[in-house]
Write a protein that binds this ligand. Sequence first.
Ligand SMILES: C[S@@+](CC[C@H](N)C(=O)[O-])C[C@H]1O[C@@H](n2cnc3c(N)ncnc32)[C@H](O)[C@@H]1O
Length: 241
Amino acid sequence: MAHITCSSYGQWFSVKASLGAAKQRTVSWMIVSPEIEQYAEAHTTCETAQIKDLAAETVAKLEDPGMMVGAVEGRLLEMLAFATKARSILEIGTFSGYSCLAMAAGMPSDGHITTCEISERHAGIARRNIARCGYADRIDVLLGPALDTLATLDGPFDLIFIDADKHNYIPYYEAAIDMLSPAGIIVVDNTLWSARVLDPGDTTEDTSAIRAFNDHVRDDPRVVCVLLTVRDGVTIIRKAV
Ligand SMILES: C[S@@+](CC[C@H](N)C(=O)[O-])C[C@H]1O[C@@H](n2cnc3c(N)ncnc32)[C@H](O)[C@@H]1O
Protein backbone atom coordinates (compact mmCIF):
# COMPACT_ATOMS: atom_id res chain seq x y z
CA MET A 1 0.00 0.00 0.00
CA ALA A 2 3.05 2.28 0.19
CA HIS A 3 2.31 3.67 -3.27
CA ILE A 4 -0.60 5.65 -1.87
CA THR A 5 0.43 8.80 -0.06
CA CYS A 6 -2.82 10.75 0.16
CA SER A 7 -3.89 11.93 3.54
CA SER A 8 -7.47 13.09 3.23
CA TYR A 9 -10.72 11.39 2.30
CA GLY A 10 -11.13 13.37 -0.94
CA GLN A 11 -7.55 12.77 -2.05
CA TRP A 12 -7.91 9.08 -1.22
CA PHE A 13 -10.78 8.73 -3.60
CA SER A 14 -9.06 10.60 -6.40
CA VAL A 15 -5.98 8.41 -6.04
CA LYS A 16 -8.17 5.33 -5.94
CA ALA A 17 -9.95 6.40 -9.11
CA SER A 18 -6.63 6.75 -10.92
CA LEU A 19 -5.43 3.26 -10.01
CA GLY A 20 -5.49 0.47 -12.56
CA ALA A 21 -8.01 -2.35 -12.14
CA ALA A 22 -5.49 -4.70 -10.50
CA LYS A 23 -4.47 -2.20 -7.84
CA GLN A 24 -8.05 -1.15 -7.20
CA ARG A 25 -8.74 -4.78 -6.43
CA THR A 26 -6.09 -4.80 -3.71
CA VAL A 27 -7.22 -1.61 -2.01
CA SER A 28 -10.90 -1.43 -2.79
CA TRP A 29 -12.04 -2.85 0.54
CA MET A 30 -10.92 0.19 2.48
CA ILE A 31 -13.16 3.15 3.11
CA VAL A 32 -10.72 5.14 5.22
CA SER A 33 -7.27 6.08 3.94
CA PRO A 34 -4.61 3.34 3.80
CA GLU A 35 -2.60 5.21 6.44
CA ILE A 36 -5.50 5.20 8.88
CA GLU A 37 -6.25 1.56 8.09
CA GLN A 38 -2.60 0.63 8.73
CA TYR A 39 -2.54 2.64 11.95
CA ALA A 40 -5.73 0.97 13.16
CA GLU A 41 -4.30 -2.46 12.37
CA ALA A 42 -1.01 -1.61 14.09
CA HIS A 43 -2.98 -0.72 17.24
CA THR A 44 -5.20 -3.78 17.19
CA THR A 45 -4.18 -7.02 18.92
CA CYS A 46 -2.39 -8.89 16.18
CA GLU A 47 -3.69 -12.04 14.54
CA THR A 48 -2.93 -15.38 16.15
CA ALA A 49 -0.31 -17.56 14.44
CA GLN A 50 -3.11 -19.89 13.31
CA ILE A 51 -5.08 -17.10 11.67
CA LYS A 52 -1.90 -15.75 10.06
CA ASP A 53 -1.29 -19.22 8.59
CA LEU A 54 -4.86 -19.40 7.31
CA ALA A 55 -4.52 -15.96 5.71
CA ALA A 56 -1.21 -16.95 4.07
CA GLU A 57 -2.75 -20.14 2.68
CA THR A 58 -5.73 -18.17 1.38
CA VAL A 59 -3.47 -15.68 -0.40
CA ALA A 60 -1.45 -18.53 -1.91
CA LYS A 61 -4.36 -20.71 -3.03
CA LEU A 62 -7.52 -18.71 -3.60
CA GLU A 63 -8.56 -15.88 -5.88
CA ASP A 64 -9.85 -12.78 -4.13
CA PRO A 65 -8.11 -13.20 -0.75
CA GLY A 66 -9.37 -9.66 -0.03
CA MET A 67 -12.69 -11.31 0.77
CA MET A 68 -11.27 -12.25 4.18
CA VAL A 69 -12.40 -9.79 6.83
CA GLY A 70 -8.79 -9.21 7.93
CA ALA A 71 -7.22 -8.23 11.24
CA VAL A 72 -9.34 -5.25 12.33
CA GLU A 73 -12.79 -6.56 11.38
CA GLY A 74 -11.76 -10.00 12.60
CA ARG A 75 -11.04 -8.59 16.05
CA LEU A 76 -14.31 -6.64 15.92
CA LEU A 77 -16.19 -9.90 15.29
CA GLU A 78 -14.33 -11.59 18.11
CA MET A 79 -15.20 -8.68 20.43
CA LEU A 80 -18.87 -8.87 19.47
CA ALA A 81 -18.97 -12.63 20.06
CA PHE A 82 -17.29 -12.13 23.43
CA ALA A 83 -19.40 -9.15 24.52
CA THR A 84 -22.70 -10.83 23.61
CA LYS A 85 -21.55 -14.17 25.11
CA ALA A 86 -22.82 -15.69 21.88
CA ARG A 87 -23.25 -19.44 22.39
CA SER A 88 -24.91 -19.95 19.04
CA ILE A 89 -23.47 -18.27 15.94
CA LEU A 90 -24.58 -18.42 12.31
CA GLU A 91 -22.34 -17.28 9.47
CA ILE A 92 -23.42 -16.86 5.85
CA GLY A 93 -20.27 -16.93 3.68
CA THR A 94 -17.41 -19.02 5.12
CA PHE A 95 -14.73 -18.56 2.41
CA SER A 96 -11.52 -20.02 3.91
CA GLY A 97 -12.69 -19.62 7.52
CA TYR A 98 -11.03 -16.39 8.69
CA SER A 99 -14.13 -14.70 10.16
CA CYS A 100 -15.39 -18.02 11.48
CA LEU A 101 -12.22 -18.61 13.48
CA ALA A 102 -12.20 -14.99 14.64
CA MET A 103 -15.72 -15.38 16.09
CA ALA A 104 -14.86 -18.80 17.54
CA ALA A 105 -12.08 -17.19 19.59
CA GLY A 106 -14.64 -14.91 21.26
CA MET A 107 -17.39 -17.43 21.98
CA PRO A 108 -17.67 -19.40 25.23
CA SER A 109 -16.22 -22.92 25.32
CA ASP A 110 -19.70 -24.46 24.92
CA GLY A 111 -20.45 -22.24 21.92
CA HIS A 112 -21.21 -23.47 18.41
CA ILE A 113 -20.93 -21.96 14.93
CA THR A 114 -22.93 -22.99 11.87
CA THR A 115 -21.34 -21.54 8.74
CA CYS A 116 -22.77 -21.71 5.20
CA GLU A 117 -20.67 -21.95 2.03
CA ILE A 118 -21.57 -22.72 -1.57
CA SER A 119 -18.07 -23.52 -2.86
CA GLU A 120 -16.67 -26.98 -2.17
CA ARG A 121 -13.14 -25.65 -2.57
CA HIS A 122 -13.65 -22.85 -0.04
CA ALA A 123 -15.41 -25.20 2.38
CA GLY A 124 -12.58 -27.73 2.10
CA ILE A 125 -9.91 -25.19 3.00
CA ALA A 126 -12.06 -23.83 5.82
CA ARG A 127 -12.70 -27.29 7.28
CA ARG A 128 -8.99 -28.09 7.32
CA ASN A 129 -8.15 -24.85 9.08
CA ILE A 130 -11.01 -25.28 11.55
CA ALA A 131 -9.72 -28.76 12.44
CA ARG A 132 -6.13 -27.51 12.71
CA CYS A 133 -7.23 -24.80 15.14
CA GLY A 134 -8.98 -27.30 17.43
CA TYR A 135 -12.54 -26.18 16.68
CA ALA A 136 -13.74 -29.18 14.66
CA ASP A 137 -16.31 -30.17 17.30
CA ARG A 138 -17.68 -26.63 17.65
CA ILE A 139 -18.08 -25.57 14.02
CA ASP A 140 -20.21 -27.08 11.24
CA VAL A 141 -19.53 -25.98 7.67
CA LEU A 142 -22.73 -26.58 5.69
CA LEU A 143 -22.20 -26.84 1.95
CA GLY A 144 -24.81 -25.50 -0.49
CA PRO A 145 -26.67 -22.33 -1.47
CA ALA A 146 -27.16 -20.50 1.80
CA LEU A 147 -30.85 -19.77 1.28
CA ASP A 148 -31.50 -23.53 0.99
CA THR A 149 -29.34 -24.21 4.05
CA LEU A 150 -31.06 -21.49 6.10
CA ALA A 151 -34.43 -23.10 5.38
CA THR A 152 -33.21 -26.20 7.25
CA LEU A 153 -32.09 -24.31 10.39
CA ASP A 154 -34.18 -23.42 13.43
CA GLY A 155 -32.08 -21.09 15.56
CA PRO A 156 -32.18 -19.20 17.75
CA PHE A 157 -28.77 -17.64 17.06
CA ASP A 158 -27.13 -15.03 19.27
CA LEU A 159 -24.86 -13.66 16.54
CA ILE A 160 -25.45 -13.88 12.80
CA PHE A 161 -22.78 -12.70 10.37
CA ILE A 162 -23.87 -12.06 6.77
CA ASP A 163 -20.99 -11.98 4.25
CA ALA A 164 -21.96 -13.80 1.05
CA ASP A 165 -23.54 -12.91 -2.34
CA LYS A 166 -24.79 -9.34 -2.17
CA HIS A 167 -27.97 -9.74 -4.23
CA ASN A 168 -29.31 -12.06 -1.51
CA TYR A 169 -28.63 -9.73 1.42
CA ILE A 170 -32.32 -8.86 1.96
CA PRO A 171 -33.46 -12.52 1.89
CA TYR A 172 -30.56 -13.44 4.21
CA TYR A 173 -31.54 -10.63 6.57
CA GLU A 174 -35.21 -11.66 6.59
CA ALA A 175 -34.24 -15.26 7.37
CA ALA A 176 -31.80 -14.05 10.02
CA ILE A 177 -34.37 -11.87 11.81
CA ASP A 178 -36.63 -14.88 12.23
CA MET A 179 -33.81 -16.91 13.80
CA LEU A 180 -32.29 -14.16 15.97
CA SER A 181 -32.46 -14.56 19.75
CA PRO A 182 -34.13 -11.61 21.55
CA ALA A 183 -30.80 -10.06 22.64
CA GLY A 184 -28.91 -11.22 19.56
CA ILE A 185 -27.19 -9.15 16.89
CA ILE A 186 -26.85 -9.42 13.13
CA VAL A 187 -23.57 -8.17 11.64
CA VAL A 188 -23.42 -7.48 7.92
CA ASP A 189 -20.25 -6.94 5.90
CA ASN A 190 -19.52 -4.72 2.87
CA THR A 191 -22.40 -2.31 3.45
CA LEU A 192 -20.42 0.61 2.01
CA TRP A 193 -19.26 -1.49 -0.95
CA SER A 194 -16.02 0.42 -1.56
CA ALA A 195 -18.06 3.66 -1.41
CA ARG A 196 -19.84 2.63 -4.61
CA VAL A 197 -23.14 3.17 -2.75
CA LEU A 198 -22.43 6.90 -3.17
CA ASP A 199 -21.93 6.77 -6.92
CA PRO A 200 -25.25 7.46 -8.69
CA GLY A 201 -23.72 6.22 -11.94
CA ASP A 202 -23.15 2.76 -10.47
CA THR A 203 -26.33 0.79 -11.09
CA THR A 204 -24.72 -2.65 -11.13
CA GLU A 205 -26.65 -5.47 -9.49
CA ASP A 206 -24.43 -5.75 -6.41
CA THR A 207 -24.26 -2.01 -5.73
CA SER A 208 -28.03 -1.67 -6.17
CA ALA A 209 -28.55 -4.64 -3.85
CA ILE A 210 -26.36 -3.13 -1.13
CA ARG A 211 -28.18 0.23 -1.39
CA ALA A 212 -31.57 -1.51 -1.23
CA PHE A 213 -30.39 -3.54 1.75
CA ASN A 214 -29.15 -0.47 3.66
CA ASP A 215 -32.46 1.35 3.06
CA HIS A 216 -34.46 -1.77 3.98
CA VAL A 217 -32.74 -2.16 7.35
CA ARG A 218 -32.82 1.54 8.24
CA ASP A 219 -36.56 1.65 7.49
CA ASP A 220 -37.41 -1.58 9.33
CA PRO A 221 -39.29 -0.68 12.55
CA ARG A 222 -38.43 -4.12 14.00
CA VAL A 223 -34.77 -3.22 14.44
CA VAL A 224 -32.15 -0.68 15.55
CA CYS A 225 -29.01 -0.48 13.40
CA VAL A 226 -25.68 1.29 13.03
CA LEU A 227 -23.54 1.39 9.90
CA LEU A 228 -19.85 1.60 10.87
CA THR A 229 -17.11 2.86 8.55
CA VAL A 230 -14.92 -0.09 9.50
CA ARG A 231 -13.09 -1.61 6.52
CA ASP A 232 -15.73 -1.87 3.73
CA GLY A 233 -18.68 -0.91 5.96
CA VAL A 234 -20.05 -3.08 8.75
CA THR A 235 -23.69 -2.82 9.86
CA ILE A 236 -24.74 -4.05 13.29
CA ILE A 237 -28.43 -4.72 13.90
CA ARG A 238 -30.49 -5.69 16.94
CA LYS A 239 -34.17 -6.14 17.53
CA ALA A 240 -35.99 -3.04 18.75
CA VAL A 241 -37.42 -3.47 22.27
C1 LIG B 1 -16.78 -12.48 1.14
S1 LIG B 1 -16.56 -14.20 1.17
C2 LIG B 1 -16.70 -14.58 2.88
C3 LIG B 1 -15.47 -14.17 3.62
C4 LIG B 1 -15.38 -14.73 5.02
N1 LIG B 1 -16.49 -14.28 5.84
C5 LIG B 1 -14.05 -14.34 5.63
O1 LIG B 1 -13.98 -13.33 6.32
O2 LIG B 1 -13.06 -15.02 5.37
C6 LIG B 1 -18.10 -14.77 0.54
C7 LIG B 1 -18.25 -16.27 0.50
O3 LIG B 1 -19.64 -16.56 0.25
C8 LIG B 1 -19.72 -17.66 -0.61
N2 LIG B 1 -21.03 -17.61 -1.29
C9 LIG B 1 -21.37 -16.86 -2.36
N3 LIG B 1 -22.66 -17.09 -2.69
C10 LIG B 1 -23.13 -17.99 -1.79
C11 LIG B 1 -24.38 -18.62 -1.61
N4 LIG B 1 -25.43 -18.38 -2.41
N5 LIG B 1 -24.51 -19.50 -0.59
C12 LIG B 1 -23.47 -19.75 0.25
N6 LIG B 1 -22.25 -19.18 0.12
C13 LIG B 1 -22.09 -18.31 -0.88
C14 LIG B 1 -18.53 -17.51 -1.55
O4 LIG B 1 -18.18 -18.75 -2.15
C15 LIG B 1 -17.46 -16.97 -0.61
O5 LIG B 1 -16.68 -18.01 -0.08
